[in-house]
Design a protein. Structure first.
Length: 185
């Protein structure tokens, strides 16, 4: 069908006039309408036996006075996690991971390792923070992951394990018994 030129000019003018009267056009909606939300989690404390926010499960590997602090900062598609420990056994390797649930009186209360990609057991999906203490029992570790935390699915704790994380083979991701735990806030 052929539209006469005069009708086409009239339709264009009417559309432009209606747009001018109605104000600016609505913004274009993208799949992602807001910038990445920043998520900050942290925890610090001296490991005791009564406070589930900072609890020791193994006094041999987390002696009286042992303490730790952890910060998790997530934004712009990345998650950065830092761990500092003091008062643990000197010159010893430990494993450490973010876990799915808060600490509790029992070591298993913290649930499994937090996984950004459920079922994927590796340092790309989980937060592995293994460290070796110095001669005074202090150590530190950091991790950077190429994904951002989601408010609907945040890790609940940091757990220090008795052994370093197994990085390959059928036991990948395992790090021995749970030594101590910090609940993230």
């Amino acid at each position: 069908m052929r539209v006469p030129a005069s009708l086409l000019v009239l339709m264009t003018a009417t559309t432009a006039l209606a747009g001018a009267c109605a104000g600016p056009p609505p913004p274009v909606q993208n799949v992602k309408t807001a910038p990445d939300e920043t998520v900050n989690l942290n925890a610090a404390g001296e490991f005791g036996t009564e406070d589930p926010g900072a609890i020791a499960y193994d006094r041999k590997l987390a002696p009286e006075g042992a303490q730790a602090s952890v910060t998790v900062e997530s934004s712009d598609g990345q998650t950065r996690t830092s761990l500092v420990v003091e008062g643990l056994l000197p010159n010893r390797r430990y494993g450490a991971h973010l876990h799915a649930k808060p600490c509790g009186k029992r070591p298993d209360d913290a649930g499994p390792h937090y996984q950004h990609h459920p079922g994927q057991i590796d340092a790309a999906s989980e937060v592995w923070l293994d460290f070796t203490t110095d001669k005074e029992g202090a150590g530190r570790s950091s991790s950077r992951n190429d994904w951002a935390l989601e408010r609907a699915k945040l890790p609940g704790s940091l757990v220090i394990h008795a052994k370093p994380t197994v990085t390959s083979g059928p036991e990948v991701g395992q790090a021995g018994d749970r030594v101590a735990c910090l609940t993230l806030k």
